[in-house]
Ligand binder design. Structure first.
Ligand code: ADP
Length: 460
C-alpha cells in the first residue's frame, strides 16, 4: 500500500518523464534531420561555388590557366573534404589532388569515412564523384571532377553541436523532472495534510471527544466539505450521546417514583401497618398503570423512530377533521371554540401515522388551553408543501422551551405544575413521524397567548 503523497509525486513524475521523453525524441529527430539536410545543401552549394571559382581562373585571351591559384584552391578544398581534379577542354589533366599528394588525399578520405562510420553507422555513405563542365564567357574551358562524401559529411564541430543539443535537452529534462517532483510534493502536502488532520479528528471523535474539530482552513472545496461533514457528524453524535444519556436518566427518574410508591404501599400492607383497603389497592394499581403507560410510550417512540410508512394518497383536511372528531367531548367539556379552515391538500403519506401526529397536536392544544379558549386547525399549500397548523390560545411555551419540547421526556415547568399527565414523549414521536415523511414539525408560541404547531410534508 502506498500513501497518497507518494502516489501523487510518482504519478506526476511519470507524466513529466513521458512528456519529456516524447518531446526530446521528436525534437531530437527533427532537429538532427534538419541539420543534416542543411549540411547536405551546404555541401552541394560549396561544390558549385568551387566549379565557378575554378572556371574564372582561365585566361581566355592567352588560353592559359592560373595554376598557382588552382593549386592553392585545390589544397584548401582538400582540407574541407573535397578532392578536386581539373581537366582542360581537351581532357588533359591540369591539376589532380590525388596525383599531387596521394597520401594526404587518402588520409582525408579515410578520416571522413571513419568518422561518419563511427558516428552514423546506419548512414551507408560513401565518396562520390561529380563532374562539372567549366565555362568562361560562354565557352567550354574544361571539367572539374569533385569527390566528396555523400549524402553529407559532418566535421567534429558539427557532431559537437548535435551532442551539445542533446545535453541541453537532457538538462531541461532533469530540471523539469525535479520541478515536477517538487510541485507534486507541494500539491500532495496540500491534499494530504488536511486528510491527515481529518483522520486524526475522526479518531478523537471515535474516542468520544465530540468537540474535536478539523483544524485549519482549506482551499480545496471537496476537502473543506469533508472536514465540514466530519464536524457536523461529531455534533450529531454529541447530540445523540446527550440524548441517550438523558433518556437513560429520564427513564430511571420516571420509573423511580411509581416504583417507590408501589413498593412502599405494599411494604406497609405486608407488615400490617396499613389495611389493604380498596382505595390503597387502587393507588397501587394507578401507579402500575403509569408504569405500563411509560413502557408503552417508550415502545411507541421506538416504533416511530424506525417507522416504516405505508404510503397512500391522504387528504389532509379530511384527516384533520377525523382526528379532531375524537376530541369533541373534551372540547365541549372545556368550552373550547374550534374550527378547521383552509383548502383540501392531498399528499402521499401514511394515513395512520399522519393522524397520530395530528391527534397529538390537537390533544396538546386541548390539554394546554384553559376553559373558554380557542383551537384552530388550518390546512394549506405552501411552497410545494402541504401545511397543517394547529393553533391554540393556551398557556404558550417560552422561547427557550420551544426546541426542547421536541426532545424525549421534556415537559415545560408550566405544564408540569398543571398535572396534565403525559410523559413528554408525544411531540418527539410526532416530529420523528413528520421527518419520516420527509417533512418538518415546528412551533411558534408566545407564553400566555398561545401556540401554533406547524406540520409540513412534501406534496409528492
Ligand atoms: P406531553 O405528554 O407532556 O404532552 P408532549 O411531547 O406532547 O408531551 O409535549 C411536551 C411538552 O410540550 C408538554 O409537556 C408541554 O410542556 C409542551 N406543550 C406541548 N404542546 C403544547 C401546547 N399546545 N401549549 C403549551 N405547551 C405545550
Amino acid at each position: 500500500m502506498r500513501g497518497l503523497r507518494a502516489s501523487i509525486v510518482a504519478r506526476l513524475g511519470l507524466i513529466v518523464m513521458t512528456v519529456l521523453c516524447a518531446v526530446a525524441l521528436v525534437s531530437n529527430v527533427l532537429i538532427q534531420r534538419q541539420f543534416e539536410n542543411y549540411v547536405s545543401r551546404q555541401q552541394s552549394e560549396r561544390v558549385e561555388e568551387l566549379a565557378q571559382n575554378l572556371a574564372s581562373q582561365y585566361d581566355a585571351e592567352k588560353g592559359t590557366w592560373n595554376v598557382d591559384y588552382i593549386h592553392g584552391m585545390g589544397m584548401y578544398a582538400l582540407d574541407e573534404g573535397y578532392i578536386l581534379r581539373l581537366s582542360d577542354a581537351d581532357g588533359r589533366v591540369l591539376w589532380d589532388a590525388e596525383n599531387h599528394d596521394m597520401t594526404l588525399c587518402s588520409q582525408v578520405m579515410h578520416g571522413i569515412s571513419e568518422r561518419m562510420e563511427s558516428q552514423r553507422p546506419g548512414l551507408q555513405g560513401d565518396f562520390v564523384t561529380r563532374r562539372f563542365p567549366l565555362t568562361n564567357g560562354g565557352t567550354a574551358v574544361g571539367y572539374l571532377d569533385v569527390s566528396y562524401f555523400s549524402p553529407y559529411a559532418l566535421n567534429e564541430s558539427g557532431f559537437q553541436f548535435l551532442s551539445s543539443l542533446n545535453r541541453i535537452l537532457a538538462g531541461v529534462g532533469v530540471v523539469s523532472l525535479a520541478a515536477a517532483v517538487a510541485m507534486g510534493a507541494l500539491t500532495a502536502g496540500r491534499i494530504v495534510r488536511p486528510i491527515e488532520k481529518t483522520v486524526e479528528a475522526t479518531r478523537r471523535i471515535a474516542r468520544g471527544e465530540y468537540d474535536a474539530v478539523v483544524e485549519g482552513e482549506n482551499r480545496i472545496l471537496e476537502l473543506r466539505e469533508l472536514s465540514g461533514a466530519v464536524d457536523d457528524m461529531a455534533q450529531a453524535l454529541k447530540r445523540q450521546e446527550e440524548l441517550r444519556r438523558r433518556l437513560t436518566s429520564d427513564v430511571a427518574h420516571e420509573l423511580r417514583t411509581p416504583l417507590c410508591n408501589v413498593s412502599s404501599y405494599l411494604e406497609m400492607m405486608m407488615i400490617g401497618a396499613w389495611e389493604p383497603t380498596q382505595e390503597r389497592l387502587e393507588g397501587c394499581y394507578k401507579e402500575l398503570e403509569r408504569l405500563s403507560g411509560l413502557v408503552s410510550d417508550l415502545e411507541r417512540l421506538r416504533q416511530a423512530e424506525n417507522a416504516e410508512l405505508n404510503l397512500t394518497d391522504v387528504a389532509l383536511k379530511a384527516l384533520s377533521e377525523e382526528a379532531a372528531a375524537s376530541f369533541i367531548g373534551q372540547l365541549k367539556k372545556k368550552n373550547l371554540a374550534w374550527h378547521i379552515d383552509g383548502e383540501e391538500v392531498h399528499v402521499r403519506g401514511d394515513a395512520g401515522r399522519l393522524r397520530q401526529i395530528l391527534t397529538n397536536l390537537i390533544s396538546n392544544a386541548v390539554k394546554y388551553t384553559p376553559q373558554g379558549g380557542e383551537i384552530a386547525v388550518t390546512v394549506r399549500r405552501a411552497d410545494g408543501e402541504a401545511e397543517v397548523e394547529v393553533a391554540d390560545t393556551g398557556i404558550g411555551i417560552s422561547r427557550e422551551d420551544q426546541e426542547k419540547i421536541f426532545e424525549r421526556f421534556y415537559r415545560t415547568d408550566a405544564s408540569r405544575s398543571r398535572a396534565t399527565g403525559g410523559a413528554g414523549i408525544g411531540l418527539t414521536i410526532a416530529r420523528s413521524l413528520a421527518q419520516a415523511h420527509g417533512g418538518t414539525l415546528k412551533v411558534r408560541s408566545e407564553p400566555g397567548k398561545g401556540s401554533a404547531f406547524v406540520l409540513r410534508v412534501p406534496v409528492e
